[in-house]
Ligand binder design. Structure first.
Ligand SMILES: C[S@@+](CC[C@H](N)C(=O)[O-])C[C@H]1O[C@@H](n2cnc3c(N)ncnc32)[C@H](O)[C@@H]1O
Length: 367
């Protein structure tokens, strides 16, 4: 009798456990099905200038939705209840802190994540990265992710917008400007991390391949006066709107055709756009442009070998899908091992990796 009772209890426990895990699974699928509401709400609050309204010169005082609305719509109008619904969702993703008073009033301040949306003293923030990633041309392209499987020779962005991404930006100064601001906003904090761990001693001429506005070179040259000559190498349309920087020459060209010579070459966040074959072409061009014993310092998103559920892995893998859909179906985020193989196949003798940041690693290729 006792044994039978135990068996029944055990069976009940197992049934309960599986019921629990099924309901959790259903909840997880619902969260994913509703996921689009998160970036769209975030984009909306950036366009509405909600983070700036709360921040107001660093006060970050918790405000109600009605109070925020009064700041962003000083002449009246708008719906505070709907704004609060958006703020509640984003508080659940740790963009805002929610302060709930005993009277039931909800007030919001920015968390550390929310603060990344506030412009710094150079007018840069991750708000531009969010806006750039959710422009109409990109949003129109997202439904074509599956086509990269059906036919990888068709580039979804080209199919939807009629031209490749960089060509598209180059013809639209506003979009190109947003792109450059988004890239710089992401790069400045990362460059600070790189300069904390990597030394550019002994280099006089440094080439930055895909250097965009030349901002990385400026930061390197500020810290290392031995780098007397910087060559910022990027597409002609991009360097055409790059600012003048003392000691930096902007050179327009395509790294798949050639790379200007220097004592060392820096290339940050540019290999992602290329297929493996194109990476080899660029690496060969870098190899040719370097002296004996020269170094190529690559900084790229590096995906881990093992897939897990961590924030880092998810961010890197979702970034990979972004590249696949928006740039090239065979452009990609690579593993350290894949970079090593590419380097060795093009003549480099050694690769050492420094994980400067959870998103990007520094890969030093030795000629
Ligand atoms: C994601 S951005 C990175 C910019 C900069 N290196 C940074 O980290 O801030 C990629 C840059 O690579 C440039 N780029 C892409 N393909 C290129 C090519 N084939 N030749 C030269 N530049 C290229 C783009 O124009 C863009 O400025």
């Amino acid at each position: 009798m006792g044994e039978r009772h135990e068996r029944v209890e055990r069976k009940k426990e197992v049934t309960n456990r599986s019921t629990m895990s099924e309901s959790k699974a259903r909840l997880a699928i619902l969260e994913l099905a509703h996921m689009m509401g998160v970036p769209m709400s975030l984009t909306a609050i950036i366009n509405l200038k909600v983070p700036d309204a709360i921040w107001q010169d660093g006060s970050n005082t918790p405000l109600s939705a009605a109070h925020i609305l009064a700041r962003i719509r000083p002449h009246g109008g708008g719906d505070a209840e709907n704004l609060q619904r958006i703020l509640r969702l984003l508080a659940s993703y740790d963009i805002f802190n929610e302060h709930l008073s005993t009277g039931g009033e909800r007030r919001y301040s920015l968390t550390d994540i929310g603060k990344t949306l506030i412009d710094d003293d150079q007018g840069l923030s991750y708000a531009y990265y969010m806006l750039q990633h959710h422009q109409d041309a990109l949003m129109r392209t997202w439904p074509l992710v599956g086509e990269t499987v059906e036919n990888p020779t068709v580039q979804p962005f080209v199919k939807v917008n009629g031209e490749a991404t960089f060509e598209y930006y180059s013809k639209r100064p506003d979009e190109l400007n947003l792109y450059c601001k988004s890239v710089s906003s992401m790069s400045v904090p990362l460059m600070r991390e790189i300069l904390g761990v990597y030394e550019f001693e002994g280099v006089e001429t440094l080439v930055d391949v895909g250097g965009n506005s030349g901002l990385s070179l400026r930061m390197i040259m500020d810290k290392y006066p031995n780098v007397r000559k910087g060559i910022n190498f990027d597409f002609p349309d991009t360097v055409a709107c790059a600012p003048q920087i003392p000691g930096v020459t902007h050179v327009g060209g395509d790294a798949l055709d050639y790379v200007p010579s220097g004592d060392a070459i820096f290339a940050k966040w540019v290999f992602v756009h290329w297929t493996d074959e194109e990476c080899k072409m660029a690496l060969e061009n870098c190899y040719k442009a370097l002296p004996v014993d020269g170094k190529l310092i690559v900084c790229e998103p590096v995906v881990p070998e093992l897939t897990d559920e961590s924030h880092r892995t998810r961010t890197l893998l979702s970034g990979d899908i972004f590249i696949m859909t928006m740039y090239r179906t065979k452009g990609k985020h690579r593993t350290e091992q894949q970079f090593k193989q590419l380097g060795i196949s093009t003549g480099f003798t050694r690769l050492s990796a420094i994980y400067v940041d959870p998103y990007m690693a520094l890969l030093e290729f030795q000629k």
